[in-house]
Design a protein around this ligand. Sequence first.
Ligand code: AMP
Length: 417
Amino acid sequence: MEKNQISHFGELDLSSEMMGALKSATYESPTPIQAGLIPLALEEFDVVGQARTGTGKTAAFVIPILELLELDSRQKNPQALILVPTRELAVQVKEEVIKLSLGLKIRCVALYGGTPIRGQLAKLKRGVDIVVGTPGRVLDHMSRNTLTLTDIDCVVLDEADRMLDVGFRPDMEKILRKCPKERQTLLLSATMPPPVQRLANKYMHEPKTLNCSSSDVTVDTIDQHYFTVDHDRKFDLLVRLLEREEPQQAIVFCRTKRGVQKIFDKLGKKLKDVGCMHGDMQQRERDRVMERFRSERIRCMVATDVMGRGIDVSGVSHIINFDIPAFSDDYVHRVGRTGRMGREGVAYTFVTPEEGGELTRIEQRIDRLLVRGEMEGFILTKPPEPPREETPEDTEKRNVSSVLGKRSGKRTHRRRL
Ligand code: AMP
């Protein structure tokens, strides 16, 4: 891991335009990933950076890209390509490019599916400097010959772990093979499982590595609790929790799209300002919901993991894992939606009595114990049924079955908690 002591953007030898943009964005000092990545990227090294969303990782790669763009000799084809796993993230990254290129007239396009391709085609035709896109739509444009990657100087693989998780590997590889060999590649990932390392080994040139995920993988400012709750009490607990906590903004994570829709429908009848996000929604609807969430007109967003990733909304004070995440890494990502940039946040995870093992795996992953939550006057789990007194019929049945031998009934397998 590279160490650095940079505490001011002024120490990074950035252009006056960039210093102006940073000032107007009110970014005063670089975050650790920015202090680590920007100098290496400016020297045109390949860099593998382990950093989750909320650490300022977007600006960490956008700043050097903007600084290294050759504006005098720019052509129609883009010089930088940023691949991201979701449409929402494409929009967010593009917004960061716009923010940090203040006064520079940078041509940036976001290419993602689910919206008519016509607008994107028109922009590409006029010429672009930076493309931000999901691998599927980028590949689509390449096969239509509306996007040429021959002038690419820098490729960014943002949230590489998630892109691989959602099956983008073949598309990513096709895209990378079409980029010039003499290019810079920056890879950002919240986690570094072997598939991400293999991708880096295959497509990067002697990359420098940076690890900006602290050993405590979820940030210190987040209080993390769990409730052991029966499955059929979860919804009532959610309502009680939202009433008690009055979050500034909350994201409620469910495992499936159907689950999201169900909770959204039920919650909408109880509370105002509820929204939902899942992959079956039309792009236009998703954009509308995100915009309402950002402007705090939606206070409580019910979402699946894929949608939750990359949502960067600073007002999120509460994360509620209505369903415990299937993978511990998803826990880290979900909880990372709050406590952003050092702000305080709180996370609650609902665990059914059968899911004790999943909770332990999460605790091992984050190397920290979650605190048991309390909800006054609320019965979280039904007490076990008291043993029933034996009736004469029971005595008779018992006698018959012992006469018949051991074959009566299936063996029930009870999970230990
Ligand atoms: P990211 O990790 O890229 O999703 O960034 C998280 C949030 O931090 C975004 O809202 C950025 O606008 C903000 N941000 C990025 N860099 C800085 C910085 N150096 N100082 C203050 N805020 C920042």
